[in-house]
Design a protein around this ligand. Structure first.
Ligand code: ADE
Length: 248
């Protein structure tokens, strides 16, 4: 997977991309992240990338020319309408989730446009972006953190990026449920013991315990997710026992 990131703050990216799983994925050639500085494509003396909004009002607006040039130079002039998604990170976009991450992971290449200032010239949204994604209903100062979040979530889904081949499948949200609780040593910490089922060595019992914990957590914390989850008859029976015995 190749990510092409377009930003006015390229210095934001390396520290996160040089750690942990993403670092290893890059070293192993599983992902590649090219960070393009939009300012390099502004040709006036001051390398201007923003300007005042027509119609007045506060704030500055990202100019279209350097953004179009940066994207077209990295992707080829056929960028608008080409096969490579050009994703504008904006609070106005469709909300990012595991399903969207999965969808994006099917592409070999993604372009990520990070907005700054008060906004971007509307023609960028209309004629350059093919998709708009928000990471949640709050406003950040720019699209850089959202772009890193998208790169992280998508990369984890690519073959061989996680050491454990079942890693991404068991993650919260991947199976449509919140994840079951994890424990490691010591067996008792400040009076709290690891649940007996996990120490039993009985893998069937451990699997059942984990599934039930995932179901119960989702029921308590995110009941909305249960409507979309892939549930077996046994799962439904367990959930029914919760609704009759417990208050969420
Ligand atoms: N830029 C500013 N806020 C954002 C958000 N919530 N999601 C994506 N991009 C953004």
């Amino acid at each position: 997977m190749q990510f092409e990131v377009f930003t006015l703050l390229p210095e934001v990216f390396p520290s996160y991309l040089e750690t942990s799983i993403l670092k290893r994925a890059r070293e192993r050639g599983l992902i590649r992240v090219n960070v393009h500085n939009i300012r390099d494509y502004a040709h006036d003396k001051h390398h201007t990338t923003d300007d005042q909004p027509y119609g007045g009002g506060g704030g500055m607006v990202m100019k279209p020319e350097p953004v179009f040039e940066a994207v077209e130079s990295a992707l080829g002039t056929s960028a608008p309408g080409s096969e490579i998604p050009v994703i504008l990170l904006t609070p106005q976009g469709r909300v990012f989730n595991q399903e969207v991450a999965k969808e994006l992971s099917q592409h070999p290449r993604l372009a990520l446009l990070c907005g700054r200032y008060e906004g971007v010239d509307e023609r960028i949204r209309q004629r350059l972006a093919t998709d708009e994604i928000s990471i949640g209903d709050y406003v950040l100062t720019g699209g850089e953190l959202p772009a890193l979040i998208l790169i992280d979530a998508v990369s984890r889904l690519l073959p061989n990026v996680l050491g454990d081949p079942t890693g991404a499948e068991d993650d919260s949200h991947a199976m449509g449920l919140l994840e079951y609780p994890h424990y490691t040593r010591p067996p008792v910490f400040r009076g709290d013991a690891v649940p007996e089922a996990l120490l039993s060595g009985d893998h069937k019992r451990i699997d059942r315990w984990r599934r039930e914990q995932a179901l119960e957590r989702t029921f308590r914390k995110r009941p909305d997710m249960l409507e979309r989850a892939d549930l077996s008859d046994a799962d439904r029976k367990f959930l029914k026992s919760l609704t009759s015995n417990l208050q969420p």
